[in-house]
Write a protein that binds this ligand. Structure first.
Ligand code: AMP
Length: 630
């Protein structure tokens, strides 16, 4: 169905409603579109105010409507408690997810229940990060409508490649709240590559590294373009590393060098002043060698501070080194190594994203590591939004279809007997994807099956993150092992999971969209991956023990059932011997000795096998009696 829109400025009817691309960033956001005539992507710069809208929301004390962007940023200094920045960090997260970082923000984050999503307190009111992000998106939408003189209802919004379900869902919800139909959530590195024109020619085969160092976050993604398909091979990073850390390092340097009194660390207004001066120094030193400015404390004392480029490079060298370590890991995750060393020759292009890549040391170190000059021909602040606009244009049907595939950062699976994770969609699978597996019941007459959905790399579900749970009910009563239950996972292009279970014999169905209560931080994702490696051996032992236990329980159950059903055909001595052996197995079940369990299982099996064979022969004989074999 074609949509029709009216251009309010000209009164003309437009056939194709514009779809914009939005980079909803931690520090800055912007909106871009593809110009209908030039077919070129461009950032929208309404009223010459600049395309970049700082991702800051200020709530005036008089209760009037919130200020967004540059106007709001001014209040970071004078009214930090009512001025919210970095809200992207809170999207889709619980207070527990934030951990020690909650205290680092200048405003109050409310912990009403550690399992629930965080809220921000401003005066007497509480705001969810979704509402605050929606405020920013609404501002971007209005600017786009004002500048383009056309209604904007549909958008593509970018998110970091490592964003989990909950964070993607929250981004989508924020868009909806801002009156936007979010057609697609696109990974930021994928958007950056599109902006550089990579991915538009299906014949092209390329491997690119996208290095994104923003104000507060860092990530590196390795993308592979193959037969018109975009795939994120790997992604690494640190959600608490960026330009802000450089500013903090400069501020710390000034205070510890005694150029400034400690009050600049302690008093909120002075702390913000220090932060802004440090940022100014950093930006200045991208082009000059020496920086000087003055700061004023509460008693009007003036302090002069200086910083040379060499000092600055010394301060940030450890931060830059951490990003290079992540690049090394990303290459090895993407299997781009030769003899264990990063094979940078296999990278066709290195793209720089984020304002902090303007720092000369960053450019130099990244180029050195990848052994080629990094590409910074596009504005690193605009590149993601430009790519989002191109994706929007593709979705609008204005370009030949380009299929974009991403990967899921963590394994998705369900809990099986003994608390083990059964992987259904392995980590790094391309999305959209669908995968399934067949299960059955473990108890006679079982009519319900609880399906617990988990995300993580460990063998035991208790070590992974639970995403949700649902019950397949109404399975007709059947002996254990007879029902055939298909569990299917559908992961859509936005990375949102739907799980469906169906009992095939009766066609009993149940499906749920998994919307986790809270998300994982990037650090948790990394930690989970790391844990899965360091604990691999322990996990194998635990898994083997659990499997042995489960098998022992099943054996005891079957033996019990056998004794009950066939009492008439068994000698009393046989029954007693079996019970004795079963008791020994039960005792072994109380301990953790897998070998002992296996030994008693073997013994019980050995003991009962001849009885079972005898009974089986008997029943075959009965079944055959009176029947002629021709
Ligand atoms: P983003 O999150 O991508 O908007 O990046 C914003 C970050 O880039 C902030 O930390 C800025 O201080 C930093 N930044 C912007 N311009 C420059 C520059 N010329 N030199 C150094 N850092 C910059």
């Amino acid at each position: 169905m074609a949509k029709v829109a009216i251009n309010l400025a000209t009164g003309a009817i437009q056939q194709d409603e514009l779809i914009v691309g939005i980079d909803l960033g931690t520090t800055n956001s912007l909106v871009a579109y593809v110009h209908p005539e030039t077919r070129q992507p461009a950032a929208i710069n309404d009223l010459g105010r600049g395309a970049i809208v700082p991702s800051v929301v200020h709530f005036p004390v008089d209760g009037s409507s919130p200020l967004i962007g540059t106007e709001a940023k001014d209040f970071l200094l004078s009214d930090p408690a009512n001025t919210i920045y970095s809200v992207k960090r809170l999207l889709g997260k619980s207070y527990r997810d934030l951990g020690q970082h909650a205290g680092q923000l200048g405003y109050k984050v409310i912990d009403d229940d550690s399992e629930r999503l965080v809220k921000v307190r401003v005066g007497e009111r509480f705001y969810s990060p979704i509402e605050l992000s929606a405020d920013i998106l609404r501002e971007l939408r209005q600017r786009a409508e004002h500048a383009l003189k056309t209604p904007v209802r549909r958008a593509v919004i970018t998110v970091p490649a490592y964003f989990n379900d909950s964070q993607r869902q929250a981004t989508r919800d924020a868009g909806r709240l801002a009156g936007l139909e979010v057609l697609r959530i696109v990974n930021e590195p994928t958007a950056a590559a599109l902006a550089y024109g990579i991915g538009l020619d299906p014949a092209e085969e390329k491997t690119v590294a996208v290095y994104d160092l923003g104000g507060g976050t860092f990530d590196i993604s390795i993308l592979r373009l193959h037969q018109g398909i975009f795939e994120v091979l790997s992604t690494h990073g640190d959600t608490w590393l960026g330009g802000d850390d450089m500013d903090r390092a400069i501020g710390e340097h000034w205070v510890t060098q005694a150029a400034l009194p400690p009050s600049f660390r302690l008093v909120p207004g002075q702390r913000q002043q220090l932060r802004l001066a440090a940022e100014m120094a950093k930006r200045y030193l991208s082009q000059h060698d020496d920086f000087t400015t003055q700061l004023v404390d509460g008693e009007e004392n003036v302090f002069a501070v200086t910083l040379t480029k060499a000092e600055f490079n010394g301060l940030i060298a450890p931060l830059v080194a951490r990003t290079i370590d992540a690049c090394r890991l990303a290459l090895s995750d993407a299997k781009l190594t030769t003899d264990g060393q990063p094979a940078t020759a296999k990278i066709d292009a290195v793209l720089l994203v984020g304002g902090s890549t303007r720092v000369p040391l960053v450019y130099d170190e990244v180029s050195k590591f990848f052994d080629q000059p990094a590409n910074r021909s596009l504005d690193p602040d605009e590149v993601v939004a430009l790519g989002a606009a191109i994706q929007a244009d593709i979705l609008a049907g204005n370009r030949r279809d380009v299929l974009l595939l991403d990967v899921t950062p963590l394994t998705l699976g369900i809990e099986t007997l003994g608390g083990l994770l059964d992987a259904i969609i392995p980590r790094n699978s391309k999305i959209p994807t669908k995968a399934g597996r067949q299960y059955t019941t473990s108890v006679d007459g079982q009519v319900n099956l609880k399906i617990g959905v988990y995300q993580g790399e460990r063998d035991l579900v208790s070590e992974n993150r639970k995403l949700g749970e649902f019950v397949l009910s109404g399975i007709p009563a059947m002996p254990a092992g007879l029902p055939k239950i298909d569990v299917n996972f559908f992961l859509n292009a936005d990375g949102i999971l739907r799980v469906e279970a169906v009992e095939l014999r009766s066609d009993t169905r149940q499906q749920v969209e998994i919307k986790p209560q809270y998300g994982l931080t990037d650090e948790q994702v990394e930690q989970m991956l790391l844990d899965s490696l360091t604990n691999a051996r322990q996990d194998v032992a635990a898994r083997l023990l659990i499997e042995a236990r489960t098998a022992a329980e099943q054996l005891l159950y079957q033996v019990g059932r056998f004794l009950k059903k066939n009492a008439a055909h068994l000698e009393e001595t046989e029954v007693n011997a079996t019970n004795e052996q079963a008791d020994q197995l039960r005792q072994a079940l109380a301990g953790n000795d897998r070998d002992l369990l296996l030994k008693h299982m073997d013994e019980l099996d050995e003991l009962t096998r001849p009885f079972a064979e005898r009974v089986m022969n008997l029943s075959i004989k009965q079944a055959m009696s009176g029947k002629q074999i021709s």
